[in-house]
Design a protein around this ligand. Structure first.
Ligand code: PEP
Length: 248
């Protein structure tokens, strides 16, 4: 664990107009030298302004999705190269909301991730089972399939972060038990070591996501192979996100 720098990542989803940049400024001001990595992923409309707001301070800015192609006839989409050009250094891919409402498959996610890594972005690839899947099947089979299909061969410890986000825990206030989180994270670590070798496999950061808040952050960060969190609702204000970062 010592080799992996902790990471607190915020996913603003479809929230925030220019007024929200004040929260980002406050966050940067209150965490001048955090000792952990902080990533904030605002909506695409705010990426350039967010990059200017953090102004090379301790927070990196990312997108929430990108297209697999660099440019072309894809109305409404943005490419990894465009995010990079706007100053983003990371991108969330395969979030369950995009898998559900935009019908993204793990193969789609892998194509996007390949393109994003080629453009120099760190990819935060999201995986997770539904409640029905957890009840009806072996969760590790679901996670194993999503992991192998969504992660491109071009991955390494610098350009790949995995976020385990059980769908039933997102925005619900429900979280898995520490044993349930640990089981999935240990499994993902094994799979990554098998596929990429132990050096690379051990250097990939594994985040937990789903109803992380200040009150449960410390317990979650104490679980084996949990290297940080992907945070939705509680990342929107400096007052909520700050204490989560401090718990890392
Ligand atoms: C998410 O959607 O990535 C997430 C973790 O959301 P929340 O923290 O609001 O559950």
């Amino acid at each position: 664990t010592g080799m992996r720098r902790k990471l607190a990542a915020g996913n603003w989803k479809m929230n925030g107009t220019s007024a929200a940049l004040g929260e980002l400024d406050m966050l940067a001001t209150s965490h001048p030298a955090p000792g952990v990595d902080i990533l904030v992923c605002p909506p695409a409309t705010l990426v350039s302004a967010a990059v200017r707001t953090v102004d090379n301070r301790s927070i990196r800015i990312g997108g929430q999705d990108c297209h697999s192609e660099t440019n072309g006839a894809h109305t409404g989409d943005i490419s990894a190269a465009m995010l990079r050009d706007a100053g983003a250094t990371a991108v969330i891919l395969g979030h369950s909301e995009r898998r559900a409402s935009h019908h993204e498959t793990s193969e789609d996610v892998r194509a996007k991730a390949r393109s994003a890594q080629k453009a120099g972005l760190m990819t935060v690839i999201c995986l997770g089972e539904s409640l029905l899947q957890r009840q009806a099947t072996n969760t590790l089979d679901i996670i194993g399939a999503q992991l192998s299909l969504s992660v491109p061969d071009s991955s390494n410890g610098q350009n790949l972060v995995i976020a385990y986000e059980p769908i039933w825990a997102i925005g619900s206030g429900m979280t898995p038990t520490p044993d349930q989180i640990g089981e999935v994270h240990d499994f993902m670590r094994d799979r990554l070591e098998q596929r990429f070798g132990s050096g690379v496999g051990r250097s990939v950061r594994l985040l937990y996501g789903g109803s992380v808040k200040a009150a449960n952050a410390a317990e979650i960060f104490g679980i084996s192979n949990v290297d940080g969190a992907l945070v939705g609702g509680a990342s929107l204000t400096a007052a909520d996100f700050g204490p989560i970062i401090a718990a890392l």
